[in-house]
Design a protein around this ligand. Structure first.
Ligand code: NAP
Length: 363
């Protein structure tokens, strides 16, 4: 595409320069860990956040790097700029980074459904990253990402026709504020007899519900995101719209109910997936066991199925409880877990950025 630094990077053979915008946040913190663990394809890594954080020192690749405030100058000489910031910050600054010659890889919701911005999951549609007329590539929402690699693998074999999804989403999906809120609430209820009378947990946590509309400790909350038309939440519509775009199935039937649970990190989903063709558990097992980025962990007789407490901190999508629907030979029931800050956010963004880096440095 017309990325300004691309030609120069390829010509000089130098390693591309990366900017991490939002380096101090929940996703940004995991991004720095991931950049330190993966093969190092980057030259300079520049850390950017709000003016509040300018001057702070963070560690990446074992070195201390000073955070700079977001500004036009911060994109000087940058080849790839990752954005792990709120929607409105990305909406304003990703186009500026692109205008300065960088490829922007955006983790926010600002551009995901823009027809001129590809929505990329490298295991499913890496090719889409090359078509970026605005110089921006979007990273999907964490709930969609937590299941889509497994769904993409099954779709390639059986042809997906419908998804009915319930999510069990972790507090860190709502950022640092979500984690701090859940930890504070857990501290308020630990060692008590709370959870036996209507409203007793609500009274104990008081006003500390943070980004959640109800107490999360000792509770489940059937809400994530903002209210949209006809009672749907923004998160539920994202699962539908983003799954369709990533899989290239604009008419895919998708229904989601998104629920927040008292887990720090790792989203889980139950999925009813219906296909064009008949399926068997053995075939599904074989596909999932061989799919890159997926771990099949499905032996309930031995108590083996993924749970967030075991999956947190790992990279793959974990799948268990694979069953053929009792009333429909074309449908599977599955339980899927994925770390929402790794594959659900930072890891996928890092993978997209690496796809771009490989393209920019190709001879
Ligand atoms: N949490 C998840 O599971 C998840 C998953 C997928 C996608 N996302 C998306 O990723 C983005 C970041 O989420 P998060 O959970 O990491 O949020 P967060 O913990 O609240 O962190 C926000 C980051 O944005 C920076 N920031 C805020 N306002 C800014 C401004 N005006 N100028 C420059 N930087 C600014 C903050 O810098 P300071 O520290 O200096 O304030 C911080 O680094 C959001 O768009 C979110 O929707 C999150």
């Amino acid at each position: 595409m017309t990325d300004g630094h691309a030609a120069r990077t390829a010509r000089t053979g130098r390693k591309p320069t990366l900017a991490v915008v939002g380096a101090t946040g929940a996703v940004g913190t995991v991004m720095l860990e991931i950049l330190s663990q993966r093969e190092d394809v980057w030259g300079e890594i520049r850390l950017v956040a709000s003016p509040r954080s300018a001057g702070r020192k963070l560690t990446v690749r074992g070195e201390e790097v000073e955070v700079v405030a977001l500004s036009e100058e911060a994109f000087e000489g940058v080849d790839v700029a990752m954005f792990d910031v709120p929607d409105e910050v990305s909406a304003r600054w990703a186009p500026i980074a692109a205008a300065k010659g960088a490829v922007a890889v955006d983790n926010s919701g600002a551009f995901r459904m823009d027809p001129d911005v590809p929505l990329v999951v490298p295991e499913v549609n890496a090719h889409a990253a090359r078509m970026r007329p605005r110089g921006i590539i979007s990273n999907p929402n964490c709930t969609t990402l937590s299941m889509i690699v497994a769904m993409g693998a099954l779709h390639a074999e059986f042809g997906l026709s419908e998804l009915i999804v319930s999510s069990y989403q972790a507090a860190s999906g709502a950022g640092k504020d979500g984690v701090d809120t859940l930890r504070a609430q857990l501290a308020a209820v630990v060692g008590t007899e709370l959870g036996t009378q209507p409203g007793d947990v609500r009274r104990a946590v008081g006003d500390t519900t943070g980004p959640f509309p109800a107490p999360l400790a000792l509770n489940v909350v059937p809400w994530a995101g903002s209210l949209k038309e006809d009672g749907w939440s923004s998160e539920e519509l994202k699962v539908r719209n983003e799954s369709r775009k990533i899989l290239g199935l604009p008419d895919l039937r998708v229904t989601a109910t998104c629920v927040r649970v008292p887990v720090i990190t790792t989203h889980s989903l139950t999925v009813h997936a219906r296909f064009e063709n008949e399926v068997t558990v053995d075939q599904a097992h074989e596909i999932l066991a061989n799919a890159p980025g997926v771990v099949l962990f499905d032996n309930p007789a031995e108590g083996e199925f993924p749970t967030p407490a075991d999956v947190v901190g790992t990279d793959p999508t974990w799948v268990g409880r694979v069953r053929r629907s009792l009333d429909d030979p074309n449908a599977l029931e599955l339980f899927v877990c994925g770390d929402n800050l790794r594959k659900g956010a930072a890891l996928n963004t890092a993978q997209i950025a690496e796809v771009v880096a490989a393209e920019l440095t190709a001879p």
